[in-house]
Design a protein around this ligand. Structure first.
Ligand code: ATP
Ligand code: MG
Length: 469
């Protein structure tokens, strides 16, 4: 196998000098396989630094231009958790590759952990060629991440926002961001709908930040929180003495947003009489302060949002149809958190860092069971509920790792029980993989080990899609 690497390495280096790459190998174990790792990796141009704990890892990362960390994950998940949080926060572009025992990766909680933090993993015992490719790909990805980070920070400077503003790499959130960026190129009204806590206000801000109006005000008005008697003056302002208590002139929210974006949040709660004035403003582009008949031109981009069904409000006579058609030009529906796949984990990790920094507390890590619980829950309160649960967990938990109970999941979530057929299938796959790994893919020996014929062995290999040489 080492010859194969040497040949691959030679082919790769033909015609140009390869630079040596820095690899950190992290292992908490005494009986580690560090020597093997160092020998294999150095044969394809990696300089390996062996570290045994998080402090050593941090020092090594500080002093060398490292792009890849290889971690031995055997019995290390709980120790590694805290270390990963600290390190990925500080060095987000460094890519992690794990060394894993084959049977461990089959557990859903372990899989969630791997999926959250690791670029790739290799099964033990070490297969040099597999390691060669994993580390190589991880290095390339880290390099791309470095280049991308440089561009993003330049964009952030010009656009006033970075992509982190509306977190989530699920396809559905990518589509949401793409729509918002497209909408940002014009001034048409946008109506954002979606369940509570899905980020409707955040989406409106994102739109504003990506538009030409980004250096002008973004004003959000919660129409549901305005008292009926004051809603008119809040929106359009008033002149001194316009009514009892109006001791001085006040600029309304619409006027304050001149040149920028006005977000009319919870638009469905706007009283009918104010709906008329708003409609007039939308049609004519002018406002009149309460107590004045002078028309003031105001140029704002309107983004309205609601979690109620406006069509139904129109049908029930609680919302003016003409206003509805004025607002409902471009549409955006914010998806529930439960439909965003692994975004929940991405968001959770982001909030853990953010709240720890805000509250001056140490950065904690989500244990694998907590990651699984986050993914299994239905999130009726969406992102806001996730934030609240995490905030409470960070404040209340004394442990380094946040568990399902800290997130108040004790009775709410349990891992779904597999059917007997699924369980049998998984056990079969596990036994098969172990036998093949142990015998270095020798079908005859593996069949003997499992007490079955070669024919059955081939049938099972085909059934589980495991190709044997
Ligand atoms: N994709 C996201 N990335 C980061 N933070 C988010 C995201 N979506 C929502 N949030 C955060 O979640 C909280 C709720 O978001 P927001 O207020 O925009 O939701 P909403 O849909 O307007 O809720 P409501 O219907 O209750 O008014 C905010 O603190 C926001 O910063
Ligand atoms: Mg809102």
């Amino acid at each position: 196998m080492d010859d194969a690497i040497a040949r691959t390495g030679k082919r790769a280096s033909q015609g140009k000098t390869l630079e040596r790459r820095q690899l950190i190998y992290l292992s908490f174990r005494k009986d580690d396989i560090g020597e093997d790792v160092a020998r294999i990796a150095s044969s394809f141009m990696w300089d390996v630094t062996l570290v045994h704990d998080c402090d050593q890892l941090q020092r090594a990362l500080k002093h060398a231009p490292v792009k890849v960390v290889l971690a031995d994950l055997r019995d290390a998940v709980s120790k590694l958790g805290a270390c990963l949080v600290q390190t990925t926060h500080k060095y987000p572009n460094v890519q992690w590759v794990g060394l894993v025992e084959p049977q461990a990766a089959d557990s859903p909680t372990y899989a969630a952990f791997l999926h959250s933090y690791f670029f790739d993993f290799c099964f033990l015992p070490l297969e040099p060629l597999r390691l060669f490719f994993s580390l190589g790909h991880a290095w390339t990805m880290a390099r791309v991440a470095d280049i991308h980070a440089d561009t993003v920070s330049v964009d952030a400077g010009t656009a006033g926002i970075n992509e982190q503003g509306l977190i989530g790499s699920s396809p559905i959130m990518k589509t949401v961001r793409a729509h918002l960026k497209r909408y940002a190129r014009n001034d048409l009204p946008v109506l954002i709908t979606g369940p509570t806590g899905t980020g409707k206000e955040m989406a409106a801000r994102y739109l504003h930040e990506h538009s030409d109006r980004h250096d002008r005000p973004f004003i959000a008005v919660n129409c549901g929180a305005l008292t009926p008697s004051l809603v008119q003056s809040e929106l359009f302002g008033h002149e001194k003495g316009a009514f009892t208590g109006a001791h001085q002139r006040k600029i309304g929210r619409v006027e304050a947003a001149d040149g920028g974006t006005l977000m009319l949040d919870e638009i469905g709660d706007l009283p009918l009489e104010t709906q008329v004035s708003l409609l007039r403003f939308l049609q004519e582009g002018v406002i009149e302060r309460v107590g004045s008949d002078r028309s003031i031109p105001v140029n704002v981009r309107i983004v309205a949002a609601t979690h109620v069904d406006l069509e139904q409000s129109v049908a029930e006579g609680r919302f003016r149809e003409d206003l509805y058609f004025r607002l409902n030009v471009l549409r955006l529906v914010m998806p529930p958190l439960a439909e965003r796949g692994t975004d929940v984990v991405e968001l959770a990790q982001h909030f853990i860092h953010r709240f720890a920094d805000e509250l001056g507390l140490e950065h904690k890590v989500l244990c694998p069971a907590a990651l699984a619980a986050l993914s299994a829950y239905t999130w009726p309160g969406n992102v806001r509920e996730l934030m609240n649960r995490l905030k409470r967990a960070i404040v209340h938990s004394d442990r380094q790792a946040i568990g399902p109970a800290d997130l108040e999941f004790t009775t709410l979530v349990s891992e779904p029980l597999p059917s007997l057929a699924q369980a049998r299938n998984e056990a079969e796959l596990q036994a098969l993989s172990r036998a093949l790994v142990t015998t270095n893919s020798n079908v005859t020996e593996a069949a003997e080990m499992l007490g079955i014929s070669r024919v059955s062995m081939h049938r099972l290999i085909n059934k589980h899609g495991l190709s044997a040489p």
